[in-house]
Design a protein. Structure first.
Length: 124
């Protein structure tokens, strides 16, 4: 098992903890997937989900529930999207935090609060 890479703080900057950066990164990736998912027509989502179900070995006679269609379409889109690796994203965030912050959904705050990490407003 490999150890996850850590982000080395840049001296002299107001650095966020790695937990906050990772939470914001996941929020950023979720926002990208949501943007594409919400842009799909119902027919496009259906076809994407059917294609994913077929690849997973589900037969044509096994109808998908709405939840399954959304899950499969989301998984397929996540695999197709080109999202930056964490370290690359951190560099972009540090270069222009306000640009990245505008693209976040705000999910990162609740994830940290539930996990016992920093509370909203305490780190960016």
């Amino acid at each position: 098992m490999t150890k996850p890479e850590t982000v080395t703080p840049d001296p002299g900057r107001n650095e966020l903890s790695e937990a906050v950066l990772r939470a914001k990164y996941l929020d950023y990736c979720s926002a990208r997937v949501a943007d594409v998912l919400l842009g799909l027509s119902p027919d496009e989502m259906y076809l994407l989900a059917q294609d994913a179900a077929r690849d997973a070995g589900r037969g044509e006679g096994d109808p998908l529930s709405y939840d399954e269609m959304v899950r499969l379409a989301t998984e397929r889109l996540s695999a197709r999207l080109v999202l930056p690796p964490f370290e690359e994203w951190v560099e972009a965030y540090r270069a222009d935090p306000s640009r990245i912050e505008r693209e976040l959904l705000g999910l990162w705050r609740s994830g940290l609060e539930e996990g016992g990490g920093p509370k909203a407003g305490s780190g960016g």
